[in-house]
Write a protein that binds this ligand. Structure first.
Ligand code: ZN
Length: 142
């Protein structure tokens, strides 16, 4: 399966398209990178952490770290699709790390104590990751 960005945009509703286009036009698409069949970028918005977007054209999959759940395509994914179509030069070509599937099994096997210790360690080594994780988690429950 090979996904075209225009077909992806065709799935978004009108409002999402407008806001996605605005995001792209205002320079919110940052850290854009692509490899064969895959696009990754972050999209700055009202949240303190730019959302992470990945579009896998080869597999026909896309995802965003935002909590949007009212349609198949959020404005961040739309913004990245617009950027890839209209400003391909902002995408650095590089080999992208393996993305999915993420193996969560080892985390599930940890006891609560071990998990807390792990998070504590993460907060010391990569505090920005933990902050982003906690922020995105809270967004989902609001
Ligand atoms: Zn999003």
């Amino acid at each position: 399966m090979h996904l075209e960005l225009t077909s992806l945009l065709a799935l978004a509703d009108e409002r999402v398209l407008t806001r996605g286009k605005e995001r792209f036009m205002s320079g919110a698409v940052i850290e854009a990178a692509r490899s064969r069949g895959r696009i990754q970028a972050r999209v700055a918005g009202s949240a303190p952490f730019p959302y992470r977007v990945e579009i896998n054209l080869t597999r026909g999959e896309w995802r965003c770290s935002c909590p949007y759940a009212w349609g198949p395509v959020c404005k961040h994914v739309a913004a990245v699709a617009f950027a890839a179509l209209e400003a391909p030069e902002i995408f650095i070509r590089r080999k992208l790390g393996r993305s999915v599937p993420l193996n969560m099994q080892p985390l599930r096997e940890l006891s609560d104590d071990e998990l807390l210790r792990f998070l504590w360690q993460l907060s010391e080594e990569r505090p920005e990751l933990l902050h982003e994780f906690a922020y995105n988690l809270l967004q989902r429950y609001e």
